[in-house]
Design a protein around this ligand. Structure first.
Ligand code: HEC
Length: 113
């Protein structure tokens, strides 16, 4: 069983490396791979990095209401920079397809308690 998982992960890594992966990864997988380090698996942003960056709590209904879909898409596509132009979150449009990014927005919406 463990070996199967390792093999699957290896195949996934290879497909990422070569860019030959045709199937888009599900949002949960992308979230785990690219976003949890800062935003946390639960979307609360209570990770070491997340706390330092004072990330929003995506389970908070008020936070969800204040975030607009377009802003979320823009943040994931183009990254987030502070007012001095320093990168706070990197752009993901080179790594993720437009559909994957759209799915991630929907995924974040589901954190709402
Ligand atoms: C290096 C840490 C880091 C990673 C990794 C990261 N983010 Fe962010 N994210 C941030 C920071 C910092 C902000 C800006 C918060 C602010 O404006 O104060 C942000 C903002 C956002 C926003 C805009 C709404 C908001 O909370 O201000 C969305 C949506 C978002 N991130 C989604 C994602 C997704 C999806 C991924 C994975 C594909 C991801 N982030 C990966 C740090 C990160």
């Amino acid at each position: 069983m463990k070996t199967t998982i390792k093999l699957a992960l290896a195949a996934f890594a290879v497909s990422l490396g070569t860019g030959l992966s045709l199937a888009a990864a599900p949002a949960a997988e992308n979230w785990d791979n690219h976003c949890t380090k800062c935003h946390g698996a639960d979307g609360k942003g209570q990770t070491k990095v997340g706390k330092k960056l004072q990330l929003k709590d995506y389970t908070d209904a008020k936070v969800q209401t204040e975030m607009k879909d377009e802003e979320m898409l823009k943040a994931i596509n183009e990254g987030v920079f502070d007012n001095k132009g320093k990168e706070k979150m990197k752009a993901f449009k080179a790594e993720l397809s437009a559909d994957e990014i759209k799915d991630l927005v929907a995924y974040i919406r589901k954190f709402k308690a």
